[in-house]
Write a protein that binds this ligand. Sequence first.
Ligand SMILES: [Zn+2]
Length: 270
Amino acid sequence: METPPGKEGLTILRRLLAYSEKVFQLSKTVIAGVVDRRPQPRIPTAIIVKSVAVLFWARMGSLNALEQTAHSGFFQSWLGQSVCSADSIGRVHALMDAEGLRRGIHYIYDRLKRNKALPDNRGMAIAALDGHESHASYLRHCPGCLERTIHTGKTERTQFYHRQVTLMLLPGARPGCKPIRLLLDHEPQRPGEDEVATALRLLERVIGSYPRAFDLVLADALYSTAPFFNFLLAHGKHALVVLKDERRHLYQDAAGLFACVPSQEGTFRC
Ligand SMILES: [Zn+2]
């Protein structure tokens, strides 16, 4: 478990919050747009979202670590009150509406675009698709859990886990700055579904909300399937996917094109 931020960490955190409020109006636009399904909330949703934003930014590692810093002066000034219990934060997050969060991310994207902070990467707007596992447990599970059998010695146990596909924007760097990595959206993988099907559902939604945010999608070898390429072609996007030996159809198609299309000279940086 990571420890709460020290004095230097708090200074950086305060600067980060001040910057986010100034450039993105974090509280007024991004956080205020997030709601949850409690009929008569006693704790405003914004308090919960603001607490957890700090949990991630300070890399505290767990809700219990956050709870240990609940009464600090930092939270009194950022929230106007103490942090709620770990239980309340978990419960409210389970009822939170993802649409409000997505609108918040879209607002941040729009601001970054307007501020010219998302330049093309080597002449193209690039996004990367990837599958991530967020957590796994033998004991706790929910209706959205995926299941797998783990063999340890002679015993077999059912493990529950969550996996999601994320789409991250990979713009180029502005002079003198590190490039921004912006997570546009993610989609949970459903029981009985493969990762490509999850990714297509994600892309359908993201291309609808961000039609011109990227021209090229990067993905690993798992995605070298016909449905994936056909989907991107139909939406006017390019794909860059690792091809492995067992999937040779695309190789053969490409090799057929090499024979009748003259090659063009190019230069590449290594
Ligand atoms: Zn679950």
